[in-house]
Every structure is written in structure tokens, then in C-alpha cells.
Write a protein that binds this ligand. Structure first.
Ligand SMILES: *Cc1c(COP(=O)(O)O)cnc(C)c1O
Length: 381
């Protein structure tokens, strides 16, 4: 693929890589007997939903809009979880969702009847209070005081007050991982079984959330498959996994151009893309996105700080080194840009949204969508 032909800035979805990921996930479904759903929060490029539908079981959503998108564009099994639901949204969700997962006993009690009327599979999110991620606390739903999921002690208290609280609940849901391997799932599952094992006996399904980096090269898929099979057998239930990242891992690029190079003691290349607008995880996580044909400072002779054309001083993508000096007009290609990028885009500073291209498995590219001034203006008033 010749990225030189693509106008900048543009995202390019790599369909060949997407298919490689989906083949892995389909094999996991087949070998373990679990059902895998796309967590749309990470990747909502619905031009690819018909393709994704050929490999996995459906979609999961964080609220009404994602649930609608999953229903309209994929039309397979459709689940939703949110920390809280509005009544008017619930009226619509019960029409389009198969499973609805609640975050608290109060939410469960508020909406149990309408869900039962519509034959929705009701789930309760649990919090096993088992942190397995050290370095990014903002992605740890098991951090002390976390609002996400019912703890074992709160569930016991609720049952002591009202022994029918779990009547009608057919599944438990936990989501505690982020970019993690199957060993951390094993640790988490042990905590879930220890604290919630008695309730699992009466459940039809267990949803193990996302954060499973299943399509990463070093991921221990044999262990995942074993864990799923064991749990299915031990409690006689269905297992769901809802990865976001793993579906489109390494399946996209952000193609940008060097607009200027400023030398105020540090050589800074100004790009027509922005961390704040187009790759916010770079600032939030924070992390340094992979860049094609580059290295760390010190690894290669020509050092540049890559930044953007917003006015935010801290809109810095990272420090990179190259084999040759950069020139104005050069193309730079950021990698692993399909996930948590397009779904998080914004037009801060009036910066244009990058176009979206699709690269087919044979290397040919087509433009899926271009954005313009109207997309900036229409979100404001
Ligand atoms: C974010 C999220 C996912 C997907 O997580 P990834 O890290 O992208 O795999 C799945 N389920 C829930 C409830 C989530 O909040």
C-alpha cells in the first residue's frame, strides 16, 4: 500500500489485519464454546460490521446509541451495560437488546419488570475487588471505591433485606481487565468464584467483559480456552467475552503530513493530526503510539518531537528518532490507530476530522467518509 496517495490526515482501516484478528476470535468461539461480542466503545466503524458479523456472535453497547448502531448495522445478538440507564432510554433498549446488564441493585429493581415483560436476559455486573492491572489506574474498575459493579458484601446485604433480589437475573457480568493476558483472567476468575460462586450455580450465563488481548501475539489462547471450558462445565452456563481492542488490534493507521519543523532547542515537527483530537489515549493513558520507520530517541540519529497544529502546548504525540532528517511534506504513518481513536475524535480548536479509508486485503484503498466544516458546526449552536 502506498500511503503517499492518501490525503492527510486520514485513518486507514486495514481489513486484512481485521480479518486475521476475526479468524482468531472465531477459532476461540469454536474451541471454547463461548460467544464473542464486539465492544463498540473501542471500534464503531460500522462499514465493517457486515464483515465482523461473519466471524463473531454480535455486539455490545455502553448505552442507547451504541445499542442502536449494533442493532441497525450488525443485527446479531445485541447486549448493553451502563452504570445507569434513563427511563426513556430503557423503553427503547428493551425493543432492541437481548441482554441488559445493570450496575447496581437499585437499577436492577427499577427496571426488572419492564425487562421481564420483554423477555430480556437480565444481568448484574459484579465487582470481584481483584485488581490485576498495576500501571493504569483510570482503567481499573476494581480500584478501591470504584462505582463499577456490585461487591459481594453489598449483594449479601441486599439479599438479607430482600431474598428475591436475584429472582429474574439470569447472568453475572464482570469487566476488570485492560490489555491483559489470560493469566490475569485466571486470577480474576478465582476471585469471582470465591466471592460469587454460590450465585453462579443459579445463572444461565457469565459475561467476562473485555480487556482480553486475545489477538496479541503473546496472548495465551490455550489458557483462555481452558478457563472458559472449565467454567462452562462447572456451573453449566454460557460464557460471553466482549473484547473491543482485540477485534481491531493493529488494524488501522493514521496518515499525517509534516506541516512545519520548529527548532526551539528541540526539533518539533508539526503534523496535521492531533493527540488531543485524534488520538486522545496518547494523553489519557498516556502512551507513545507506534510510528512506522521510527525508533526511540537515541536509537536513530535524527530526533524529533512530534506535535500537532492545535494551540494546546501539551498536544504532543511523542519523541521519535529517524534514519534521515524529516522534511516539510513528509508522510508519517501512526500504527494501531483503529481502536479508541475514531470513536473518541473531536473537533477541538476547529481541527478537521480525519477522513476514513478502508484498505482491502489486496491492498487497494477506498474512501469511506470525508468530513468538513459542517461536522464542526453541527455539534455547536
Ligand atoms: C471497555 C469495555 C469493554 C471492552 O474493553 P477492551 O479493553 O476494549 O477489550 C467491554 N466491556 C465493558 C463493560 C467495557 O467497559
Amino acid at each position: 500500500m502506498d500511503f503517499g496517495q492518501i490525503p492527510t490526515p486520514s485513518y486507514v482501516i486495514d481489513e486484512g489485519q481485521l480479518i486475521r484478528n476475526l479468524e482468531i476470535l472465531k477459532a476461540v468461539e469454536e474451541e471454547s464454546g463461548c460467544r464473542i461480542l464486539l465492544a463498540q466503545k473501542a471500534f464503531s466503524n460500522y462499514c465493517e460490521y457486515p464483515l465482523i458479523a461473519n466471524y463473531i456472535s454480535g455486539t455490545t453497547a455502553s448505552g442507547l446509541y451504541e445499542a442502536r448502531l449494533g442493532k441497525e448495522e450488525m443485527g446479531k445478538e445485541n447486549h448493553v451495560f451502563a452504570p445507569a440507564f434513563k427511563s426513556e432510554d430503557m423503553d427503547e433498549l428493551v425493543q432492541i437488546c437481548d441482554h441488559i446488564v445493570f450496575n447496581s441493585i437499585a437499577q436492577l429493581q427499577k427496571y426488572k419488570d419492564i425487562c421481564l415483560e420483554h423477555h430480556i436476559g437480565i444481568g448484574l455486573r459484579i465487582n470481584p475487588e481483584c485488581s490485576t492491572q498495576g500501571d493504569h489506574a483510570i482503567y481499573d474498575p476494581c480500584a478501591p471505591g470504584s462505582r463499577l459493579g456490585v461487591t459481594a458484601s453489598n449483594l449479601q446485604k441486599a439479599l438479607a433485606q430482600d431474598p428475591t433480589v436475584l429472582d429474574g437475573v439470569e447472568g453475572l457480568h464482570f469487566h476488570t481487565l485492560c490489555e491483559q493476558n489470560a493469566d490475569d483472567l485466571a486470577t480474576t476468575l478465582a476471585a469471582v468464584e470465591e466471592k460469587f460462586g454460590t450465585y453462579l450455580q443459579q445463572m444461565k450465563w457469565l459475561n467476562m467483559g473485555g480487556g482480553h488481548h486475545i489477538t496479541r501475539e503473546d496472548y495465551d489462547r490455550a489458557l483462555l480456552i481452558q478457563l472458559v471450558k472449565d467454567v462452562r462445565k462447572r456451573y453449566a452456563l454460557e460464557v460471553y467475552l466482549e473484547p473491543g481492542e482485540a477485534i481491531a488490534l493493529n488494524a488501522g493507521y493514521l496518515v499525517t503530513e509534516v506541516m512545519d519543523i520548529v527548532d526551539n532547542d528541540i526539533q518539533t515537527a508539526i503534523l496535521d493530526a492531533s493527540a488531543a483530537c485524534h488520538m486522545p489515549d496518547v494523553l489519557e493513558m498516556p502512551y507513545r503510539p507506534p510510528l512506522r520507520d521510527s525508533g526511540e530517541w537515541g536509537e536513530k540519529p535524527y530526533k524529533y518531537r512530534l506535535s500537532s497544529y492545535t494551540c494546546l502546548a501539551g498536544d504532543i504525540i511523542g519523541d521519535y528518532a529517524f534514519d534521515r532528517p524529516l522534511s516539510i511534506g513528509d508522510r508519517l504513518v501512526f500504527e494501531d490507530m483503529a481502536i479508541y481513536s475514531m470513536v473518541k475524535n473531536n473537533t477541538f480548536n476547529g481541527i478537521p476530522l480525519p477522513s476514513i479509508y478502508r484498505m482491502k486485503a489486496d491492498g487497494t484503498c477506498e474512501c469511506i467518509r470525508k468530513f468538513g466544516y459542517e461536522d464542526f458546526k453541527n455539534r455547536l449552536s
